[in-house]
Design a protein around this ligand. Structure first.
Ligand code: HEC
Ligand code: HEC
Length: 385
């Protein structure tokens, strides 16, 4: 039998242990919460830093161009009215129209969908960058865009930027010891910014409010929506899905697949007259799209295909298609409607793999096109309830 004091003693020991354990657990919890706070504030700093880098016109060669020059916040982070954007060197032009990148962060990872036999996702219109980090490093070194000749050149500019200290706070003082790491960190900050709310307020269109039951569409917008979805009318939703996803998330208006719509040549593409080492083919140059992606093997089957873009904020991103060949949204819709029956479109630039099943002769009346355009107008963010 245990003496009473021994029993007491055990209880005391138990209480002592209990108190010590409680203190330890509390300390661990406080440490975790402090760590979370530090992480949180570090992420906030990284986002602010990303914005400063995104808008810094000192980071091009010659100076004068930033990411924001071609992805303007006022224009859904696209470059409205320019077929292709001018490079930092004002005599140089790339080959493609700058897309809106507000929703780029939702792009699905680059992969092959065996069921539908199509490549999916990835960044750029041909998916050649597998991640947003990889993408972000491209423009700095692209001679037709920001024009730096090497990673060191970009890093050196960040090292003397007004936000140098912020950069060191986020990535550490030793970051300058390794140019590759420093360049990766620049891309990292740019991605954090593009992921953040600060970059853009997303899913604030009239259509999003409609999906949440907060607003009704006008009679004309509703007719447009029906045309957008109907397989025997616009059939747009086949590639630009517009319904809430199974998990309740908002639609992206792209299925991230690749297609050749048979878009005509853009005769005014400044790229045709670029120096020979950028474009050896001159006017004969053809943008083969996905077939030029170095990560694919069946290139012939991919000639002329481009990633399906989102239609969110579509009214703010004219001109349209990868080569900006259509000046207005009406012209783009008219093309879907009459590609195969109206000679005015001329020859498609790439005839291989052209989609002949889902577009080309939709037989929409002018009034139905008006309705469709009225629906597309509901996809612009910033709708005030
Ligand atoms: C000179 C104009 C120009 C500049 C400067 C520029 N971009 Fe772009 N951006 C484009 C064009 C054009 C494309 C499409 C290019 C392609 O598909 O080959 C593009 C594509 C993108 C994409 C991919 C979108 C998608 O849906 O796949 C992202 C993201 C992006 N840019 C971010 C940036 C960032 C970040 C910077 C700054 C480091 C930047 N851009 C600088 C013109 C520009
Ligand atoms: C078979 C798939 C498919 C269908 C169906 C389809 N689209 Fe597209 N859409 C695409 C692809 C792919 C592109 C990019 C083509 C390019 O740049 O060459 C595109 C581009 C666009 C663009 C230009 C976007 C930009 O930022 O330049 C608009 C506008 C558009 N589609 C609207 C529509 C409408 C409206 C319909 C229905 C009438 C429709 N699409 C049906 C695949 C499709």
């Amino acid at each position: 039998m245990l003496p009473i004091f021994a029993h007491y003693n055990r209880r005391t020991i138990f209480m002592k242990n209990f108190i010590i354990n409680t203190i330890i657990i509390s300390l661990i919890l406080i440490a975790f919460s402090l760590q979370a706070q530090v992480k949180d504030s570090n992420e906030k700093k990284k986002i602010s830093l990303g914005k400063l880098i995104f808008e810094d016109v000192e980071l091009s060669e010659p100076r004068g161009q930033s990411c924001a020059s071609c992805h303007n916040a006022e224009q859904a982070h696209a470059d409205e009215n320019n077929i292709v954007s001018q490079g930092a060197n004002s005599k140089l032009f790339g080959n493609r129209n700058a897309p809106s990148i507000i929703y780029a962060k939702f792009t699905v990872p680059w992969h092959f969908n065996a069921e539908d036999e199509t490549w999916m996702g990835g960044f750029f219109l041909d998916g050649r960058a597998r991640t947003l980090i990889e993408q972000a490093k491209g423009p700095f070194l692209n001679p037709l865009e920001m024009g730096n000749s090497a990673v060191e050149q970009v890093v050196t500019k960040v090292k003397i930027a007004p936000y140098k200290v912020l950069f060191e706070q986020v990535f550490g003082l030793t970051i300058w010891n390794n140019n590759t790491l420093a360049f990766d960190s620049i891309a990292d900050a740019l991605v954090s910014y593009q992921h953040s709310e600060l970059f853009a307020e997303r899913f604030t269109s009239k259509y999003d409010a409609y999906l949440q039951g907060k607003v009704t569409l006008s009679v004309q917008e509703k007719r447009g929506l029906t045309i957008f979805e109907a397989e025997d009318k616009g059939n747009c939703a086949a590639c630009h899905p517009n319904q809430l996803n199974d998990d309740g998330s908002f639609p992206q208006f792209t299925d991230f697949s690749y297609d050749n719509l048979g878009v005509p040549k853009q005769v005014n593409l400044p790229f045709y007259s670029m120096p020979r080492h950028y474009n050896a083919l001159g006017k004969q140059y053809v943008d083969i799209g996905l077939a030029g992606n170095p990560n694919i093997n069946n290139a012939k089957n991919q000639l002329g295909k481009f990633k399906v873009p989102t239609l969110r904020n579509i009214t703010k991103t004219a001109p349209y298609m990868h080569n900006g060949v259509f000046k207005t949204l009406r012209e783009a819709v008219d093309f879907y409607n009459t590609r195969d029956v109206d000679k005015k479109w001329g020859k498609s630039e790439v005839l291989d793999n052209m989609n002949k099943e889902e577009l080309g002769d939709l037989r929409l009346s002018d009034k139905e096109i008006d309705d469709l355009l009225s629906f597309l107008n509901t996809l612009s963010d910033g709708y005030l309830l």
